[in-house]
Design a binder for this molecule. Structure first.
Ligand code: AMP
Length: 225
């Protein structure tokens, strides 16, 4: 029998956290504190050997890769960008990605100002200025299309860039499309569908196999897989 070891789960703040709670509950894990109200960064759960860290989505892969957390939940977008620093694969970053949780679903798209003729710009082979937080995804997408781009890295509010002439286009997450519409932007390319993924530290999986497998299996049945 494996002794009960502490299992640490890193969750993304915000939208993903909200959508993760029902899944955790279905997996038998009840978070006992509300991160919106408490300033605590380590949250206890109804299971004495399971604790939850609340971090920025982009930090989740880093916590899991270096063993600050055994498991993590974050978007496919974030994992692709993180893996790009490790030769493009999550496994090279020491991450095992066993399960698509099918939550926080959205898409990553190219959008431009409604008055920008994207099709002509692409056809004429113009060099496009593209602002994005998702540099690896954008680079790969435009390289595959054979479109030359200058990528401008931003950390938020990408929608602003075409409005003030910083870029011709943006690559960003789109869910309802309301943010684009409110800023007179239109979606011109759908790059890929995005949802939240479960990632596991490969070394932790070996050391704490029974406890981690139990959690992976509980998530799998909670999402109907
Ligand atoms: P929407 O107006 O519903 O299309 O949402 C677009 C805004 O929300 C953009 O600023 C996106 O970066 C952000 N967003 C949409 N879906 C997600 C998601 N699943 N995770 C994180 N941010 C998202």
């Amino acid at each position: 029998m494996e002794a009960k070891q502490m299992i640490t789960l890193a969750l993304s703040k915000g939208r993903i956290f909200e959508e993760t709670l029902p899944l955790l509950r279905a997996a038998g894990i009840e978070v006992l504190e509300d991160p919106e109200k408490s300033r605590k960064l380590i949250l206890t759960t109804n299971q004495p050997d399971v604790r939850v860290l609340v971090v920025r989505a982009t930090d989740v892969p880093t916590y899991v890769q270096y063993g600050g957390a055994d498991l993590g939940i974050t978007g496919k977008d974030t994992l692709i960008e993180h893996a790009a620093d490790w030769g493009g694969s999550t496994s090279a970053a020491g991450l095992y990605q066993p399960l698509d949780l099918n939550i926080a679903k959205c898409r990553i798209s190219v959008a431009v100002r409604a008055d920008f003729d994207y099709a002509s710009a692409v056809k004429q082979g113009s060099r496009l200025k593209v602002a994005t937080k998702y540099v690896a995804i954008a680079r790969e997408f435009f390289a595959t299309k054979g479109v030359h781009v200058d990528l401008i890295k931003l950390y938020g509010s990408m929608e602003l860039a075409p409005l003030v002439g910083l870029s011709d286009a943006i690559v960003d997450l789109v869910s309802t499309g309301n943010t684009l519409k409110a800023n007179h932007l239109v979606e011109v390319e759908h790059i890929m569908d995005i949802s939240s993924q479960l990632v596991v530290n490969q070394a932790a999986l070996k050391l704490k196999q029974a406890s981690i497998r139990r959690i992976i299996d509980a998530f799998a049945s909670a999402v109907g897989k």
